[in-house]
Design a protein around this ligand. Structure first.
Ligand code: HGY
Ligand code: MN
Ligand code: MN
Length: 456
C-alpha cells in the first residue's frame, strides 16, 4: 500500500511510501524484543540500542543518504549530496530509538523512521529545498540505563551544564565507554552543539501515549505545549540489620522510609494536586534480600506539570516531606541527582502548518498538550518546534501493548511530509511565514558542518 500522497512541486513529487515505513517499524520492533513479554528493551547505549542504531544507519545508507554520529551519539541523517553542507539552514525532523524497559515498539522509533521516510521522499522526489532536510535519532532520550534523559538533544542544544561531567549508570558504569562504542566522544561533547539559527525548524512526529485522540476520534494531534519534568534521584540511608533479631523499635529501615517517600509523591500530585503527576518508578534497595533490613535505597521521583511554578511548588513541598520522613525514621534522605526540563510551547507557525496539512488530507485534528517529555523541548532552545501526534490504542505507552493503527501511522507520516514541504514553502499556495528568517545563504561556520561528518 503506497500512499497516494503526491505533492506536486513544479512537476516534481514527494511520496510517503507507507509500506516501506510500516516494514521498517516492524523490523525495528524486533530489535530488543523479549518474546516472553512482547516488550522491547533498548535502553540508551545498551547492546540492543546499538543494534537498532546500526539498523537505522544501514537503512539510511541503502536509501542513498549519509548517516553520521556526533559526539553525543546522536545519529544525523542527511542527503548525501549535501553531506558536507552548503550553507543552508536545516529543516530537522526526528525522535529517539532508545526505549524504557519492556516498552512498546513505537515510542520514539516511529518518529525516527518517519523522519527518515520524509528525507528519503525529498530525495526521491528531487525536491529542491531551500532548507537541508535532516533526520535525527537523538541518543538516550529515556535515560533508562544512564539516568540522563534527553542526553543527545541536551547536547545538541548546548545544555552541557545540565549534564554530569562523568555520567554513570545506576550500577556506576561509565557512560564514556558506552558512548564511545556508539560512535560518540564524551571529551568532544561540545562539538555536538548546533548554533542558534542553524536549524530553521524542528518537527517531531510521535504517538500520543495517552487517551485523548482515541477518545475524541481525532486522527492527528497538534501539540501546543510539552510538559515540564523534574526527576530527583534520592539516596535513602539507614542501617542494615537482621530482620529476625532486630527489634522494631530503633530500626533505621531505609525501605520503610522509601515506602513513605512513594506515598508522599502520590500525595502531592493526588490529594494535594500540587502538580499534574508524580511517580516513583525506580526503587533499588540494598542489599535487597528477604531477611535483611534495607540499609539503603536509591530511588527516583518524577514530577510533571506544564506550569513551571506549580512544578516548583510541588518539588519544594516534597523536599519538606522528605525531611520529616527522615526525622521520623531515623534515616538520611539525600537528593543525589536531579534533571529538569522546562515546559515549552510549540511554534504557532508550525502548528498552523500542521493543521493545514491535516486539513488537506481530510484528517480530523485537535490541539493538545503533551504529558510526555520529548527531545523537542530541548531543541526548542535553538529552533522553533512543532509536534504531531497520532492516536495510541487504549491510550497506553511504555508497555508492550503500546500500539497505533497502521493507517494512522502512515497518515501521521503524510502530515509530517506535507508540513515539512509547507515549512519550506513548497507545494502549498499559502506558505506560512518562514519559521526563521527567509532563506538566505547562511554563512554556516564550516566547522559546524564538518563536525557532523565525523564518526561512521
Ligand atoms: O518520560 C517521558 O515523558 C518520555 O517518555 N521520555
Ligand atoms: Mn518514552
Ligand atoms: Mn518518546
Amino acid at each position: 500500500m503506497t500512499s497516494t500522497l503526491v505533492q506536486r512541486t513544479g512537476g516534481l513529487s514527494a511520496d510517503i511510501d507507507g509500506d516501506r515505513l510500516l516494514r521498517r517499524i516492524a523490523r525495528l520492533g524486533r530489535i530488543g524484543l523479549d518474546p516472553e513479554t512482547g516488550g522491547i528493551t533498548r535502553e540508551g547505549f545498551s547492546a540492543a540500542d546499538c543494534e537498532a542504531r546500526a539498523y537505522l544507519m544501514d537503512e539510511a545508507r541503502d536509501a542513498g543518504l549519509l548517516p553520521t554520529v556526533d559526539a553525543a551519539g546522536n545519529i544525523i541523517i542527511r542527503p548525501r549530496h549535501t553531506a558536507y553542507g552548503d550553507g543552508r539552514q536545516v529543516l530537522m525532523m526526528g525522535s529517539h530509538l532508545d526505549t524504557v524497559v519492556n516498552a512498546g515498539r513505537l515510542d520514539g522509533a516511529y518518529g525516527v523512521l518517519a523522519a527518515l521516510e520524509v528525507v528519503q521522499a525529498f530525495e526521491e522526489g528531487g525536491i529542491d529545498s531551500p532548507y537541508e532536510p535532516v533526520a535525527v535519532a537523538f541518543a538516550n532520550e529515556e535515560g533508562a540505563l544512564f539516568p540522563q534523559p534527553f542526553w543527545g538533544s541536551m547536547a545538541m542544544a548546548g545544555r552541557l551544564a545540565g549534564l554530569p561531567r562523568e555520567p554513570r549508570d545506576h550500577q556506576g558504569r561509565r557512560l564514556r565507554d558506552a558512548l564511545r562504542r556508539a560512535g560518540g566522544d564524551l571529551d568532544a561533547l561540545g562539538s555536538a552543539g548546533w548554533p542558534h539559527g542553524s536549524v530553521a525548524a524542528y518537527l517531531e512526529l510521535h504517538v500520543e501515549q495517552g487517551p485523548v485522540l482515541e477518545r475524541s476520534g481525532s486522527r492527528i494531534g497538534v501539540v501546543d505545549a510539552i510538559t515540564g519534568r523534574t526527576v530527583l534521584t534520592l539516596e535513602v540511608r539507614g542501617a542494615a540489620g537482621h530482620s529476625g533479631t532486630s527489634p522494631m523499635k530503633g530500626r533505621r529501615d531505609a525501605m520503610a522510609a522509601a515506602a513513605r517517600v512513594v506515598l508522599a509523591a502520590e500525595h502531592i500530585a493526588g490529594e494535594r494536586a500540587l502538580c499534574r503527576v508524580a511517580t516513583v518508578g525506580r526503587i533499588d534497595p540494598h542489599p535487597n534480600t528477604p531477611n535483611t533490613i534495607a540499609g539503603s535505597v536509591r530511588m527516583t521521583v518524577d514530577l510533571r506539570d506544564t506550569d513551571v511554578w506549580r512544578a516548583a511548588t510541588a518539588e519544594e513541598t516534597l523536599r519538606r516531606m522528605l525531611d520529616a520522613i527522615a526525622a521520623s525514621t531515623g534515616t538520611e534522605i539525600e537528593v543525589v541527582a536531579e534533571t529538569r526540563s522546562d515546559p515549552v510551547s510549540t511554534s504557532e507557525v508550525l502548528r498552523a502548518a500542521i493543521e493545514r496539512s491535516a486539513d488537506e488530507l481530510g484528517l480530523p485534528h485537535e490541539v493538545l498538550p503533551s504529558g510526555a517529555g520529548h527531545d523537542a523541548q530541548m531543541v526548542a532552545d535553538i529552533a522553533p518546534i512543532g509536534m504531531i501526534f497520532v492516536p495510541s490504542l487504549g491510550g497506553i505507552s511504555h508497555v508492550p501493548e503500546e500500539d497505533t493503527a497502521p493507517a494512522d501511522l502512515v497518515a501521521g507520516a503524510r502530515v509530517l511530509l506535507r508540513t515539512a514541504l509547507r515549512t519550506i514553502g513548497i507545494g502549498s499556495e499559502d506558505r506560512p511565514d518562514a519559521p526563521h528568517t527567509p532563506h538566505t545563504p547562511h554563512t554556516h561556520s564550516a566547522p559546524h558542518i564538518e563536525r557532523h561528518t565525523t564518526g561512521s
